[in-house]
Ligand binder design. Structure first.
Ligand SMILES: Cc1cc2nc3c(=O)[nH]c(=O)nc-3n(C[C@H](O)[C@H](O)[C@H](O)COP(=O)(O)OP(=O)(O)OC[C@H]3O[C@@H](n4cnc5c(N)ncnc54)[C@H](O)[C@@H]3O)c2cc1C
Length: 418
């Protein structure tokens, strides 16, 4: 058998010859057709339909059987999704983004028992339980490993104290992925441990933060003597950084390669606006739209390649390409929309409306085009800034020398902090 070529964006045909078997594809398609026949997503409640997808092994087809998967190639998810979404099923990632995009792969790989994995994954998949990601802190964003929230062992529990910030959907979350410092005496990357926090438990207080779109999709979370059973630790004590890598690599892949069809995604907003406003068209705007469409298509195909690479092993640094390019492209597309609208672009009807505690799953959560323009500004920050993505790509793909790290090897407690 020919070995697959080395991973990397320069190879235009990754893993050719490693295609999943036709039998697996047929099985996935058959199961998907059965799910939509028995649980029509247009008629049954969404959680019931998504639970049926989980039971059939279609939530993440590459996961093991019994954990929402079928143990087949990850690339076959597209076969299931085409049938499920073609029948009117929702995109689960948009309903429980941190759950589907990050918590599921992290729990699957690092939770301590199959019982725990099952108890977390099924309600996550059905969206009955929303998840959030408690990583960033006021003093630790790009430099995540510098975080200060402490975890101290006490019998069978850990006692947590600290503050998290920018925690998307914490106000709706049942569970949170949390990274904390369990040992301040060792270098910063080595003293971290990873937990699942009960967001409804004592000692967890969530306060809204309003962003420039007028909405409060994210929060500050204050953690005061919150207790977490040791069974809810993911990975070994002190190995939290490696567990966090599972979460972050999957986050970047989810943000950068959302599996759009040709012409779908953000560019479709621009094309729809162009079609609906012949009165505002100019030839310069038409040229710019064509350029944006071409770049969107190149980005879509790059995301396809990233997904193909991820069918063997987990997502790698390729996810950072999609994250970087997609974030900047979104901003350019919405800037084009504002340029087309001219003065109308500054009229944002319904600014700040929408009840943040309301279940918004049935709505187009992206709001009017003005809101999407403002929201796109966050794309180059969330999930790792564009500067940090460029550092990762420079170091891990181009092989450039790493960033200067003045605190390398220093015990965390001796690193000066502002
Ligand atoms: C909409 C939104 C949702 C978010 N949701 C979550 C969430 O659910 N959970 C969560 O944990 N976090 C979340 N975040 C936080 C996000 O991960 C951080 O904002 C991000 O990692 C940057 O950290 P920071 O804000 O502390 O900025 P800093 O790290 O302070 O960065 C400030 C500036 O310095 C630059 N910089 C920093 N270090 C370097 C370097 N080494 N080289 C070059 N430039 C550098 C950055 O690029 C940036 O421009 C969210 C953020 C946004 C905007």
């Amino acid at each position: 058998m020919t070995l697959p070529p080395a991973r990397g964006p320069l190879n235009p045909f990754p893993y050719r010859g490693w295609m999943s078997s036709v039998a697996d594809a047929d099985r996935v398609a058959d199961l998907a057709r059965r799910v939509v026949a028995d649980h029509d997503p247009k008629k049954v409640p969404i959680p019931e339909y998504l639970a049926a997808c989980y039971d059939a092994g279609l939530s993440w087809v590459h996961f093991p059987e019994g954990l929402g998967g079928l143990g087949v190639s990850r690339g076959l998810q597209a076969v299931a999704d085409r049938i499920l979404q073609g029948a009117g099923g929702p995109i689960p990632l948009s309903l429980n983004p941190m759950g589907y995009g990050m918590a599921a792969p992290t729990v699957r790989e690092h939770a301590q028992s199959d019982e725990l994995k099952k108890s977390w994954l099924r309600p996550l998949a059905s969206t009955e339980h929303i998840w959030c990601q408690l990583f960033s802190e006021p003093g630790a964003g790009s430099d995540l490993a510098g975080l200060a929230t402490s975890a101290v062992r006490d019998g069978d529990d850990w006692v947590l104290n600290g503050q998290k910030v920018w925690t998307s959907l914490a106000h709706r979350a049942r569970w949170g992925l949390l990274l904390a410092r369990s040992n301040p005496d060792v270098p910063k990357h080595k003293g971290l441990t990873y937990f699942v926090l009960d967001m409804h438990g004592p000692g967890v207080e969530t306060r809204p933060l309003r962003q420039m779109t007028g909405q409060a999709e994210f929060n500050e979370v204050y953690i005061t003597d919150a207790r977490i059973p040791d069974a809810h630790r993911l990975g070994e004590v002190g190995n939290g950084w490696n567990v966090a890598m599972t979460t972050l690599m999957n986050e970047r892949s989810a943000l950068g390669g959302s599996g759009n069809r040709r012409g779908a995604g953000t560019i479709s907003d621009a094309v729809a606006l162009w079609a609906s406003r012949p009165d505002l068209r100019t030839s310069v705007l038409r040229d710019r739209l064509t350029q944006l469409w071409l770049r969107s298509e190149a980005q879509r195909l790059t995301a396809e390649r990233s997904r193909a690479a991820a069918t063997v092993g987990g997502p790698g640094p390729e996810g950072s390409i999609g994250k970087l390019v997609g974030a900047e492209l979104n901003q350019h597309i919405y800037q084009w929309c504002m340029d087309l609208l001219g003065p109308e672009g500054i009229l944002y009807h319904g600014y700040g409306s929408g009840d943040r505690d309301e279940d918004e799953s049935g709505k187009d959560w992206r709001g009017p085009i003005q809101q999407r323009f403002l929201r796109s500004k966050a794309n180059t920050i969330e999930g790792g800034t564009s500067e940090v993505m460029r550092n990762i790509l420079g170091e891990r793909i181009l092989g450039l020398p790493g960033d200067l790290r003045a605190d390398a090897g220093m015990p965390w407690k001796e690193i000066p902090r502002g």
